[in-house]
Design a protein around this ligand. Sequence first.
Ligand code: PEP
Length: 254
Amino acid sequence: MRKPFVAGNWKMNTTAASAECLAEALVQKIGHQEKVEVAVCPPFPYLFRVGAKLAGSRIALGAQNCHPDNRGAFTGEVSPMMLVDAGCKWVIVGHSERRHLLGEKDDFIHRKLVGALLANLHVILCVGETLDQRRSNQTEIVVETQLAGSLESISSDQLARVVIAYEPVWAIGTGQNATPDQAEKVHQFIRGWLDGQFGETCATTTRIVYGGSVNSGNAAGLLQQPNVDGALVGGASLNADEFAAIVNIAASVK
Ligand code: PEP
């Protein structure tokens, strides 16, 4: 049985004050939700403040990115060890905004994933195709290449701390979500790939969540799919009522 997982990616939004307010509201609305594992990923400067607000609740703290190394001359970077120090359980790696806007490639994403796992973080690994790639029937090969590149040499034990987020690039921040059927097909493909690479146990226990314009109106249809184990939520996670509604939907449909 896979426990549903819903994470909020706040991206480069909020202020110190609004991040605290949002965290406070989430603790009040869904801080005791037991049926869904919940995490929020605020911007780096607000991790400590948000972490303090989440303390004592069931909502975990996550970060949106990390560097592969734990220390050194990497101006402007934040290490996995620092994230642990700041109270993070989770970190997102391979988000499409970093792949496409900042040029991150699978080998760098793989190094980050390894660094994060070695620091005992749990990782949300994002994969997904662009609209052109989907239109030219390359979705599976793109997703497979990203998975293979990022998860190379990862052990089954380490995979237990990874959630895979299928996030079609064309659905992120566009208001155009994948249909439940489109999402389910790719999630099935990912589970099949995990089966081939890591075996049946890993394939059946690894959570694969969907991301891309999820909101309280479309969440039920997506989450009802057997291979959709939760959601990575961007825009809608900035609204406490919306995010809480998505979490509660996950609790009721899974
Ligand atoms: C995301 O950034 O991971 C995301 C899914 O964004 P949105 O929900 O806004 O499409």
